[in-house]
Ligand binder design. Sequence first.
Ligand SMILES: [Fe+2]
Length: 192
Amino acid sequence: MELFSPVNSKFNFAEMKMEPEGELITRNLTDMDWMFKDQRAVEKLKAEDPQIYRYYNVKIPEEKGHLQHCISVINPGKIGEEYYMTKGHFHARKETAEVYYTIQGRGKLLLQSVTDKKPEVQVLEMEKGSLSYVPPCWAHRCVNTGNEELVFAGIYPGDAGHIYGEIEEKGFARLIVEREGRPAIIDNLKYG
Ligand SMILES: [Fe+2]
């Protein structure tokens, strides 16, 4: 392995961005519009195409031994009754884990097992100071249930890789929506 120089990154809260910026990836509504339940609400917002979330990837070699890390920012908002969320993924190397550290805001971490058996769903709370462990073989999606940006750091093995395919097509078996002013976990009727 080549010697890689230590590197510092810092999240600038005044401007809500990482410095240095690294690789910035933004996801607007039209990048993930089919993932939301309420397609009439999607159609109404498509022209405006709001940013749902973004993440700042620190440029680290995608190799075993390294730790990839990024800061994600999910904006507050809803499409219909469904909160803004990340697309969600699992790792190409399913046996790799991840840690999320919540820096600001409030949300839920939706987890779904990826094994040969029937998927199991679990939900962890995300709030300032939460250190959440995503064990191997769990797909993961973060959902902003608060009224400010949900900001969190993700740290995972350099060679974990990402697979969006199955999650992009089928979604998760549960959805996180607002009911009577509070977050509620409901079945995803479209989940096959
Ligand atoms: Fe991940």
